[in-house]
Design a protein around this ligand. Structure first.
Ligand SMILES: C[S@@+](CC[C@H](N)C(=O)[O-])C[C@H]1O[C@@H](n2cnc3c(N)ncnc32)[C@H](O)[C@@H]1O
Length: 427
């Protein structure tokens, strides 16, 4: 079953840390006072790998490597803190597509839960754990890093499943469970699937606590990319030009009034603004008619088998046939879907899919990530774009992503144009 939109208008997921935010309107308005890069760097003063979330001792060496530059306090301040607020949990709980998908996946596949032990990685408000208990689980271990665990306990009690659901407050990587489990359920997906790198914690939990014949909820995940048309690239270019005009006036006035010439800073100021306006991905809920070429799958993840190494860097060679005449690729859009299919030995009775792709009826709080192509590429129906895609974790912080897209247009005549490189961060 594919969960469709019900037209409910949703707010997008806020950043786990408001300071570093995704490019929310509020954040754009406040720029340049809170540049994400500047704030990150100020936090990355201490590198203490011994307190990173995964270690060899707790059996999560992969995630230790992944987060080797971030200590727990830094990670809490930058990532977890926002999840401790009910308003943020409510945003996720109000995403009807997300909720329907998990609810149907559990309630229509009770055979996976009846009499079983379940682990909910990152239980938040406890919603998934409660559904698992209602589906007949014998025991649900609900692990949550933040103080939201207290609220989860209240919800568990109020809904009468306190004998089944046991809430632990702590990092998944540090928690010791009394037994191995039959099912791991988690809502771990960030923007474009892997932002937040929370899947590392799910992999760690799976390797330590899932029985050999256990099942993962969701069982699979896929990442997609498509070329789109939009006026947004021209708009951002105009914004950049306005910002630079303002800077030039500022330099002139500063010299005229205060006798100091600041023009040596012009290059750095421009670079800072180019990064902000053109090289940081945007959150959008696109209309499907903005897509001008067939979407291509970048990656499929089998959640039972995936390793941290496999998802640390994602590369793909894609061929995107263009199906719109006299158009321009002004950006690429990236999104994901997840499936609840059970396992080969123990398949789902009713498969459920949650997709975050462009949907005319509305979307999810994840929306799509938009990567601007500057200047836009003129295309016609019958052309193809060959894209060499790479996504890796940002050097400063493993929960953010850097993307490189090398686009080569092959015209319908067979002629190839020189490659264009686009670099963009998901912040
Ligand atoms: C996207 S929310 C999902 C919350 C809830 N399961 C739901 O579906 O509404 C992810 C939650 O996982 C928690 N989390 C992330 N990584 C974790 C870890 N390593 N250990 C414990 N909790 C974690 C976060 O604090 C957050 O509350």
């Amino acid at each position: 079953m594919r969960v469709r939109s019900n037209g409910h208008q949703l707010r997008r997921r806020e950043s786990p840390s408001l300071e570093f935010g995704r490019t929310s309107p509020a954040f754009i308005d406040s720029f340049p006072f809170t540049s994400p890069a500047l704030v990150w760097n100020s936090f990355l003063v201490q590198f203490d790998t011994s307190t990173a979330m995964g270690t060899k001792e707790n059996g999560c060496a992969g995630s230790a490597q992944a987060s080797a530059q971030v200590d727990k306090g830094v990670d809490f301040a930058n990532y977890f803190c926002t999840y401790g607020y009910l308003y943020h949990q409510k945003e996720m709980l109000s995403d009807r597509l997300r909720m329907d998908a998990y609810f149907h996946a559990v309630s229509r596949n009770k055979h996976h839960f009846r009499g079983k032990a379940v682990l909910d990685v990152g239980t938040g408000s406890g919603i998934l754990a409660i559904w698992c208990a209602q589906a007949g689980a014998r025991k649900v271990y609900a692990v949550e890093a933040t103080k939201m665990a207290d609220h989860a306990r209240d919800l568990v009690n109020q809904n009468g499943v306190q004998d089944v659901v046991q809430v632990f407050q702590g990092s998944m990587e540090d928690v010791t469970l009394p037994e191995k489990v039959d099912v791991i359920i988690s809502e771990w997906m960030g923007y474009f699937l892997l932002r937040e790198s929370m899947f590392d914690s799910v992999i760690c939990a799976r390797d330590r606590w899932l029985k050999p014949d256990g099942v993962m909820y969701p069982s699979h995940a896929r990442m997609w990319l498509a070329p789109i048309r939009s006026g947004i690239t021209d708009q951002k270019m105009e914004d950049l030009n306005c910002a630079m005009n303002d800077w030039h006036s500022f330099v002139d006035e500063t010299e005229a009034h205060y006798g100091v010439n600041m023009s040596v800073l012009t290059k750095a100021y421009r670079e800072e603004h180019e990064k902000y306006y053109l090289k940081t991905s945007l959150w959008c809920n696109l209309d499907p008619n903005q897509i001008i070429g067939s979407p291509a799958m970048i990656k499929e993840i089998n959640c039972l088998q995936a390793t941290v190494d496999e998802i640390r860097t994602i590369t793909a060679q894609l061929m995107l046939p263009i199906n719109a005449d006299r158009s321009r690729i002004s950006a690429y859009a990236g999104w994901f879907d997840v499936q609840f299919k059970g396992s080969e030995q123990n398949p789902a009775k009713d498969e459920v899919e949650l997709t975050t792709g462009p949907d005319a009826d509305g979307g999810t709080h994840w929306g799509q990530q938009v990567f601007l192509v500057n200047p836009p590429i003129r295309v016609n129906e019958g052309d193809k774009v060959l894209v060499s895609f790479q996504m890796s974790r940002a050097k400063q912080y493993h929960r953010l992503m850097d993307i490189e897209l090398i686009s080569e247009l092959e015209l319908s005549s067979g002629k190839r144009l020189p490659p264009i490189t686009t670099r963009v961060s998901i912040e």
